[in-house]
Design a binder for this molecule. Structure first.
Ligand code: ATP
Length: 311
């Protein structure tokens, strides 16, 4: 019995590891186009978050094509345990930053450090395990809702899955679906809205509970009200977390991140300014221009809605 159970247990854990890596691969695919040339060093060590997860980009240059640089000599520090937002005009390289950190690609020059360890010196598994991403478009598996959340932690008992869904404000919705948590999603399953998908992704993330959290804000998936509700929930989760998490929000709508500890503003792959919302408004630079433009646009939208509902 002993002889038999050892290899079976072993297989069980290997199987779990494999599924977990597949999941991390899914996230990776979602961060777009995996570069298969990314290799782990023979002497790679597991990432150790000895300082709470400080992320540093040092003079990073990167382009998807050699003649088209996207990140230009980019240097920035994301302090450990803080809520940081990365903003800037469309196409300035915000999502690219995430892809480099996840090692979907390697920088052409410069270094990326997490707690002083070059990410090229650590194992890919430990790196990707430490990072949780709510991507712009969440991959859902052709499986039950419960399993789709459980992918965050394959060993989680059902009550933890439900608790995570509650925190992500999707539990009641799931209960209203024909087969509750056993409802199938995916190709032939239930149609799920972008906002619901994102909340399933947040549930998955709560279950995975990684020390570094990234939210790649989807512009189209959520309406403003749902987005605000979800953001205040995420803030609440971050506030309640036992140990402080480093969280990075790649944001389009400045209203969702104006309370961040630090806002980093990118233009054409470089940092043009950084500070708190208040400091950046006082600077009168790119951030304050973007803010003013979005506020005006917001008022126009509200005006338009009132006008149309009034007629
Ligand atoms: P947005 O705010 O619109 O999401 P962003 O700031 O996140 O944009 P990135 O997605 O990082 O910008 O893209 C930066 C630039 O790199 C863009 O010009 C984009 O077209 C280009 N790009 C992004 N992904 C790839 C890719 N896989 N291959 C080639 N070019 C890419």
């Amino acid at each position: 019995v002993f002889q038999l159970s050892v290899p079976l247990n072993f297989l069980g854990s290997v199987y779990r590891e494999l599924r977990q890596s597949l999941l991390d691969m899914e996230t990776l695919f979602n961060l777009q186009k995996v570069n298969v040339s990314i290799k782990e060093k023979a002497d790679a060590k597991p990432l150790v978050l000895s300082r709470g997860g400080e992320i540093k980009f040092e003079n990073v240059n990167f382009g998807y094509y050699e003649d088209r640089p996207i990140l230009r000599n980019l240097s920035l520090t994301i302090p450990a345990g803080k809520k940081v937002a990365v903003v800037g005009p469309s196409g300035c390289g915000k999502s690219t930053l995430l892809r480099l950190l996840f090692r979907s690609y390697d920088a052409q020059s410069g270094r990326i450090l997490i707690d002083d360890q070059d990410i090229r010196d650590v194992t890919l598994m430990s790196l990707r395990k430490s990072i949780g991403v709510v991507p712009q478009d969440t991959p859902l598996f052709n499986d039950t809702v419960e399993l789709n959340i459980r992918y965050g932690d394959l060993d989680a008992p059902a009550d933890k899955v439900f608790a995570a869904a509650r925190q992500a404000q999707i539990h009641d919705k799931i209960e209203s679906w024909p087969h509750g948590y056993q409802t199938k999603v995916g190709e032939r399953g239930l149609m799920i809205s972008g906002g619901e998908k994102q909340r399933l992704a947040v549930s998955r993330l709560i279950l995975k509970d990684p020390p570094l959290l990234f939210f790649d804000e989807a512009t189209s998936a959520l309406d403003t009200h749902t987005e605000q509700a979800l953001m205040s929930n995420i803030n609440e989760i971050l506030r309640r977390a036992e140990s402080k998490r480093t969280s990075v929000f790649v944001a389009h709508r400045l209203r969702t991140i104006y309370d961040a500890d630090l806002i980093i503003v990118l233009r054409e792959g470089s940092v043009v300014e950084q500070g708190t919302h208040k400091e950046l408004l006082e600077n009168g630079g790119l951030y304050s221009q973007l803010w003013t433009a979005q506020e005006r646009w917001g008022e126009d939208q509200e005006g338009a809605t009132e006008a149309s509902s009034g007629s």
